[in-house]
Design a protein around this ligand. Structure first.
Ligand code: ADP
Ligand code: ASP
Ligand code: MG
Length: 416
C-alpha cells in the first residue's frame, strides 16, 4: 500500500463524463489498496470564463477579488469529483484549500505556498477515504483566499504530495507525457520516457506549460517522484501499465541518460522587450532601472547592456507581455527623468525560443548550430541568453513556430 497523489488538469475534468472517468480511475487505484489524494483543476475554460467576467467590468480588477472568484472553479471540481466517487460507492471527501489548510503568502494571483497542514487529510486517509483537495488555491495568514498563478494546480499537487510524504505524484493531463516540444506546434515531437529535474525546470521556466515551474521546484526540493501521464486513456487499463506510462522526472544521478545533446525545445510567445536608450554608463544604473520594475512586482528575464559610446549606453530587458504596459508606465514615470535617459522604446510582439539539454555540458557547437539554423530560415536574433544547459533567443513573434520546427528538425528530435 502506498500514498499516491493524483492531479487532473482542466481537460481531464472538462465534462461530467470526463469526471466520471476520473472517478473510475481513482477508484481503481483505491481498490488496489492505495491511499489516494486527488488534486483537480477547474473544468477547462472555467478559470478563463470567470476572469473574463471581471475584465468585462473593469480593466484592472483588484487582485484579492480576482482570487476570490478564480478559486471557485476548483471548488466546483472537487465537489463534483467527490459526488462522482460516492455515486460508484467509494468513500470520498472534498476540501477547499483553506479547509486543509494550504497556507500561502498574500501575493494575490501568484501566491506561494508556505505550509500545508497534513493532520485532517491523514486522518481521512487512515479512515479509508479518498481525499480531494482543490488545486490552485490557498489561504493567507489572515484568511483571504489566494491563488497560485495560472497552471497552479500542478504546484498544489506536488506540494501536497511532499507534505504527505507521498510515494509518487501523478500529473494526469491531456497529453501522454512530456515531449521534446509542444506536440501542438510540432506534430512529430517525441515523448520522453524520463526527463531530468534540471531539464524540466528549465523547460517549465522557459514556457513549456505542461507543468507549472513551481511544481517542478517542489519536486526537486523534496525529491518527489513526479510523473506526467494521460488522463484520456481507458480508466480501467491495467494499473501496472498505467503506473509506468508517461514521463518520469528523474534526478540525474539516479538515471541513465539518453545521450542526446538537446532534450527539448521550449518557447514562450508572450514576451515583451523594453529598451532604455541613452542612459549614462555609471555604477548603479541597472539597479536604478530594474529596482522600480521589481518593486512593481514585475519579473525581468533577459537583460543586455550595450557597449557604451561617449559615456552613454542602451539597456534592454524583457518582461512578461501581460506586464508590459505596467513596466512602461513605471519607466516613463519617475525613472526616466531620474536616471536622465534619452528615451524608452518597447516591442510587445516578441517571443523566446530555447533549446534545453544536460547533454550541452559535454557537447560543443550547440549555439552555433542553433544560430545557423535560425539564420538559414532568415530569422533575426534580438537577444541571447545562456546557462549551462540552455540557450535562449528572443525573436519576432511571427517567426516563433517556424523557429521551433526548424530547431526541432536540426537537432534531430523528431520521432524516429
Ligand atoms: P492541464 O490542464 O492538464 O494542466 P495544460 O494545458 O496545462 O494541461 O498542459 C498540457 C499541455 O501542455 C499540452 O496539451 C501541450 O499542448 C502543452 N505542452 C507544452 N509543451 C509541452 C511539452 N514539451 N510536452 C508536452 N506537452 C506540452
Ligand atoms: N484552473 C487554474 C488555471 O486555469 C489552475 C490550473 O488549471 O492548474 O490556471
Ligand atoms: Mg496545466
Amino acid at each position: 500500500m502506498a500514498l499516491i497523489v493524483h492531479k487532473y488538469g482542466g481537460t481531464s475534468m472538462g465534462s461530467t463524463e470526463r469526471i466520471k472517468n476520473v472517478a473510475k480511475r481513482v477508484a481503481k487505484w483505491h481498490d488496489a489498496g492505495h491511499q489516494i489524494v486527488v488534486v483537480p483543476s477547474a473544468m477547462s475554460g472555467e478559470t478563463n470564463r470567470i476572469l473574463g467576467l471581471a475584465k468585462e467590468i473593469t480593466a484592472q480588477p483588484d487582485p484579492r477579488e480576482l482570487d476570490m472568484i478564480a478559486s471557485t472553479g476548483e471548488q466546483v471540481s472537487v465537489g463534483l469529483l467527490s459526488i462522482a466517487l460516492q455515486a460508484i460507492g467509494k468513500p470520498a471527501v472534498s476540501y477547499a484549500g483553506w479547509q486543509v489548510a494550504i497556507k500561502t503568502d498574500s501575493a494575490y494571483t501568484k501566491a506561494r505556498i508556505a505550509s500545508i497542514d497534513d493532520a485532517k487529510v491523514k486522518a481521512d486517509l487512515d479512515a479509508g477515504k479518498i481525499v480531494i483537495i482543490t488545486g490552485f488555491q490557498g489561504v493567507d495568514e489572515v484568511g483571504n483566499i489566494t491563488t497560485l498563478g495560472r497552471g497552479g494546480s500542478d504546484t498544489s499537487a506536488v506540494a501536497v504530495a511532499a507534505a504527505l510524504k507521498a510515494q509518487e505524484c501523478l500529473i494526469y493531463t491531456d497529453v501522454d507525457g512530456v515531449y521534446t516540444t509542444d506536440p501542438r506546434v510540432v506534430s512529430d515531437a517525441r515523448r520522453l520516457n524520463t526527463v531530468t529535474f534540471e531539464e524540466m525546470l528549465e523547460m517549465a521556466s522557459l514556457g513549456s506549460k505542461v507543468l507549472q515551474i513551481r511544481s517542478v521546484e517542489f519536486a526537486g526540493n523534496y525529491r518527489m517522484p513526479t510523473r506526467v501521464l494521460s488522463s484520456l486513456t481507458d480508466p480501467l487499463m491495467p494499473l501496472e501499465e498505467e503506473a509506468n506510462s508517461g514521463t518520469l522526472i528523474s534526478f540525474e544521478e539516479d538515471t541513465h541518460m539518453e545521450q542526446a545533446t538537446i532534450t527539448g525545445i521550449a518557447f514562450n510567445r508572450d514576451e515583451a522587450k523594453i529598451t532604455v536608450l541613452g542612459v549614462p554608463d555609471k555604477p548603479g544604473i541597472a539597479y536604478q532601472i530594474l529596482g522600480p520594475v521589481a518593486d512593481a512586482n514585475i519579473e525581468v528575464d533577459m537583460i543586455i547592456q550595450n557597449q557604451s559610446v561617449e559615456g552613454k549606453t542602451d539597456f534592454t530587458f524583457t518582461v512578461p507581455r501581460g506586464e508590459y504596459t505596467k513596466a512602461m508606465e513605471v519607466l516613463n514615470g519617475s525613472v526616466k527623468a531620474h536616471i536622465g535617459a534619452g528615451s524608452i522604446a518597447g516591442d510587445s510582439k516578441v517571443s523566446k525560443v530555447s533549446v534545453v539539454g544536460v547533454g550541452m555540458r559535454s557537447h560543443v557547437g550547440v549555439a552555433s548550430q542553433m544560430f545557423r539554423t535560425l539564420s538559414e530560415e532568415g530569422i533575426n536574433i534580438q537577444m541571447i541568453s545562456t546557462s549551462e544547459i540552455k540557450i535562449s533567443v528572443l525573436i519576432d513573434e511571427k517567426y516563433m513556430e517556424l523557429a521551433v520546427r526548424a530547431l526541432h528538425k536540426a537537432f534531430g528530435l523528431e520521432n524516429a
